[in-house]
Every structure is written in C-alpha cells, then in structure tokens.
Design a protein around this ligand. Structure first.
Ligand code: KIV
Length: 311
C-alpha cells in the first residue's frame, strides 16, 4: 500500500499521501452518495432530480462537484463523442470504456450507464450478461435500456440479479429508423395509451426510474403522477420528477445544434474556439511560451559512465 502511495501521488492529482481509489480519509467529510433509494425519496418529497450525461473523467468530475444527482454515461456518446448521426454503432465495449473513465471521477452522483443497441434485445439472458459487464467493467450502479413492453422481460431478468434498471420510453433514439427520424412521439391517443402501459409495465418489472423523452408535456405529467418511481424528462416538459440534458447541449459546445427542448446554460463553443485561435496566434507570433512558462538554468554536463561529473 505504501509503495502504491508513493508511486501514484502527485500534487496535481491530489494531496500527497492520497491514494486514488483508496478508502476515504476518515477526517475528511465525504459527500453523501446519491443512491437508488435516495432517488425514490426525492420523488416522494417532491424534490426534482437533476441528471446530466458525461463520457470522460474531466467533465464527470465537474458535474459531480456541481452537485448533479445522476450522471448518465449515455449512448448519445455515439453522436457527441464519436460523431455519428445516431447511436446505433455504439458497442458494449465503448460503453464500458467510457463508464470506467467517468467512474474514476465520480464520488457523489449516482452513476447510470446505457445498454447500447443489440446488447439486450436478443434475450433476457443476453440483457443480464450485458448489464453485468457494465457493472463489473464499467463501475455502473444501474443500467438504462430503451423501450416498453418489448423489453420488460429483459428488465425483469436484470433486476432479478440485483442490478437496478432505468427505463426509457417515448423518443427512444435506438429506434430512430422505426420512427423515421428523431420525432416527438405519442402524439395521438393510441400511442399515448401504449406509452402509459409501457411505463407501468416497466415499473411492474422492477425499474426504479424511467426517462421520458420527446413526448407532449401533459402526457409526461400524467405518466409521472401515475407512477411511484421517478420519471426523468428530456423534451417532456416540467411535469416530470427530474430533468436530463446531454452535456454538450447544456454547455452550448455545438453551436449548430439548438433544438427546442435544449436550454444552453453556457455558450462554450465560442469560448473554446476563441481559446484555440488565440493559442494558435500566439504560437505563430512566438509569444507563447513566455519566460514564466519556461524552465531556466544551464544544462549541466552529463556524469561519466562511473557516475561522476567533471572535477
Ligand atoms: O444517451 C443519452 O444521452 C440518453 C439521454 C438523452 C436520456 O439516453
């Protein structure tokens, strides 16, 4: 342990003597972790739940330090990290990799990881194996899957192994081809009733929360009121028990993308682009690095083979 401490500490990564991932220092107040039961409590107490996506350690640490309740390693990483037009090419290995990155940075928030396309649709057994890998390899505390009635048996099987399941109904991005695009769902009464039944079926199967995406606000409020478990909305109005946004949208990191359901809490695209442009200009003008970014001192002569320098 001591050897590990010496090898892994640096002033940059924590205070000297602190071992990343080791048991917390008893003297330091530790943040109270957000858990499956505490999320249920928030709903019962009428307190709204904040959820944000993250895919790497740097941003996950900031989200966690900001006091966001739930971090979702979403398969939206296929779009915002990998640059695809949809989420369908994301694999279980990709999800486990990004979950591990996030896991290392999160101390307080509840960590949920998406089951990607084709990792749970084949059979309940396949779904359980995939969920188990995200728990064991990715450090997830829960998994999320998309769909209602058609994934209920998969959800039940995962829950039976003690793995918490978050459902996701409405505009489920893994069904983008079935929908013919990313379109608001459940606009007619037949579809609305199917969505109500889907949400109830997921709750009956043991889901502890459900994402409601891209559905009319009055329907989302109705579903939220009818369930004992929390709903977390995106493009589903204020009547949900919580809200989620994709980090890149919330931060305004892509200024070409501004759908109605997104609110930008920062305009980082311009800030980040400006910083890169200034760096490039200063490099070309040889204004960076300045003296304060450079190491002074003459280079000493190398020691000879016996380890002695010149007399
Ligand atoms: O993949 C994702 O980021 C999501 C959220 C938008 C709910 O599923």
């Amino acid at each position: 342990m001591l050897r590990a401490a010496r090898m892994t500490t640096s002033p940059k990564n924590g205070s000297p003597g602190e071992i990343p991932g080791a048991a917390p220092d008893a003297a330091k107040p530790q943040p109270r972790r957000v858990t499956v039961p505490s999320l249920g409590r928030l709903k019962r107490e009428g307190q709204a739940i904040a959820m944000v996506t993250a895919y790497d350690a740097t941003f996950a640490r900031l989200v966690d330090e900001a006091g966001v309740d739930v971090i979702l390693v979403g398969d939206s990483l296929g779009m915002v990290m990998q640059g695809h037009p949809h989420t369908l090419e994301v694999t279980l290995e990709h999800m486990a990799y990004h979950a591990r990155c996030v896991r290392r940075a999160v101390q307080r928030a509840h960590l949920v990881v998406d089951l990607p396309f084709m990792s749970y649709q084949v059979s309940p057994e396949q779904a359980l194996m995939s969920a188990g890998r995200l728990i064991q390899e990715g450090g997830a505390e829960a998994v999320k899957l998309e769909g209602g009635a058609r994934v209920v048996e998969a959800a039940r099987k995962i829950v039976s192994a003690g793995i918490p399941v978050m459902g996701h109904v409405g505009l489920t991005p893994q069904s983008v081809h079935e929908f013919g695009g990313f379109r608001v769902q459940a606009r007619d009464e037949g579809a609305a009733e199917r969505l109500r039944q889907d949400a109830l079926a997921l709750q009956d199967a043991g889901a502890y929360a459900i994402v409601l995406e891209g559905i009319p606000a009055p329907l989302a409020r109705q579903v939220s009121d009818s369930l004992a478990i929390p709903t977390i909305g995106i493009g589903a109005g204020v009547g949900c028990d919580g809200q989620v946004l994709v980090m890149q949208d919330l931060l305004g990191l892509d200024d070409r993308f501004k759908p109605r359901f997104v609110k930008r809490y920062a305009e980082l695209a311009a800030v980040v682009r400006g910083a890169f442009a200034e760096f490039a200009r200063e490099v070309r003008e040889r204004r960076f690095p300045a003296d304060e970014h450079s190491f002074a001192g003459e280079v000493r002569p190398a020691p000879d083979a016996a380890g002695y320098g010149p007399a």
